[in-house]
Design a protein around this ligand. Structure first.
Ligand code: FAD
Length: 373
């Protein structure tokens, strides 16, 4: 199938890709998203969101029905799944946005009259521009920055889980507007919070508990499971249901000396339960380019920071707004796409490079602390 050439192609239909598609549609542009997975894609469990930024960029207010469930803290907290569903529902119902799921892009080409991607089934899709929103292991980045295409391992992983409060003997004594609990204990960085329940409820007993357990002592495991290459590139994660029982047993044994009582039962339920725990090696990528010709990158594909910054998605929202606005401002004039992408790169690159540098400093400090404790 050949798409209409006025469309913008977005590779990756997760948080950044969906946000960008909405940003384009609300500015009158047509977008086609190509996403590898079908239906549900899984990301981090908790996410801080800036509701005003999402509204300004997408044109939809997450506070209006159907509202995005959030825990109102100093920064609003939600679950990854709730945000993904909210964005996906808005994008599916917005005219001008087409979504093709279960389609994986295997190559990108900007040397013909129109840029195009090739899918794994051999078919092609052409568009005005190709936007890589394909995450920290981006394929599209190889065309934008062939000299430095890979994100690097930051030296630690995060164990994380999301536990239904109903599974616990009693509600967690942490208020629904309490925000993130963060502590450094015995070489680990620990983060926990209460999040809205699956139905959006903030009632104690009906919420979900998220935990993130940053761990700088798992390089051997990551190498033996094939997640890390010899050169430090991340090529895999430890998904739910795939974490060895012996690894979970070691974590369970450490809980009493690491986690305070308020969170310990939830963390134990998350590690002992089937399919609740996942492990993500943390990646960082500091870009020298965000665009080349008619191809550009947004979100984690463009710049990858540690979750310790709490700014991964927010930065993707800002990218989406800046790029959509640059494309809308220049319209259909000759060479408009190349100019718009270049304007986008100039406006965003200094900030995102600084953010990744900050992320690397935070990671350095954490690794130093972990090695001394
Ligand atoms: C534990 C944790 C906590 C976090 N907390 C926060 C927080 O509090 N605040 C915050 O702002 N950020 C946070 N982040 C970061 C945030 O989750 C990410 O920045 C964000 O999810 C990245 O979204 P993305 O759409 O750019 O990439 P991804 O979510 O990685 O999506 C990439 C998409 O591209 C698709 N894809 C990849 N390759 C192809 C291909 N070849 N063809 C077709 N499709 C493809 C994938 O299937 C996927 O759907 C956190 C991250 C973690 C791990």
């Amino acid at each position: 199938m050949q798409t209409e050439q006025s469309e913008i192609l977005v590779i990756g239909g997760s948080l950044a890709g969906l946000t960008f598609a909405l940003a384009c549609a609300t500015r009158g542009m047509r977008v086609r998203i190509i996403e590898r997975s079908t239906g549900h894609v899984q990301g981090g469990d908790s996410l801080s969101v800036d509701l005003n930024a999402v509204r300004a960029v997408t044109g939809f207010d997450p506070r209006h029905a159907p509202a995005l469930p959030v825990v109102p803290a100093y920064r609003d907290l939600t679950t990854w799944n709730a945000l993904y569903r909210w964005l996906h529902d808005r994008a599916s119902r917005t005219s001008g946005i087409s979504i093709e799921e279960g389609m994986s892009v295997s190559a990108v080409n900007d040397e013909q009259s129109r840029p195009f991607v090739t899918l794994e089934d051999g078919s092609t899709r052409a568009g005005r521009a190709i936007i890589g929103a394909d995450g920290y292991r981006s394929l599209i980045r190889r065309a934008v920055s062939p000299e430095a295409p890979y994100a690097q391992y930051a030296g630690y992983l995060v164990w994380r889980g999301l536990v239904d409060e109903r599974l616990l003997s009693q509600p967690v004594a942490w208020p629904s507007n309490g925000g993130l609990w963060i502590e450094f204990v015995a070489g680990y960085r620990l983060v926990a919070a209460v999040l809205p329940g699956r139905d959006g409820s903030l009632e104690p007993g009906s919420r979900q508990i998220t935990f993130a357990w940053f761990d700088a002592h798992q390089e051997v495991l990551l190498r033996s499971t094939g997640c890390l290459t010899g050169s430090g590139s991340i090529v895999g994660t430890l998904p739910r249901g795939m974490i060895d029982a012996s690894v979970r047993k070691t974590l369970l044994e450490a809980i009493p000396s690491v986690w305070p009582a308020i969170w310990a039962e939830a963390v134990e339920a998350g590690i002992a339960g089937e399919n609740l725990l996942s492990g993500a090696p943390i990646a960082e990528y500091r870009p020298e380019r965000l665009a080349r010709g008619r191809i550009a990158l947004i979100g984690d594909a463009a710049h990858t920071v540690s979750p310790m910054t709490g700014r991964g998605y927010l930065t993707g929202v800002e990218d989406a707004g800046a790029l959509a606005q640059a494309l809308a401002d220049l319209g259909d004039e000759e060479n408009a796409v190349v100019r718009a992408l270049s304007i986008y790169e100039s406006s965003r690159l200094p900030y995102v490079k600084g953010l990744v540098s900050l992320s690397c400093r935070i990671s350095d400090d954490y690794r130093k602390y972990a090695s001394e404790n």
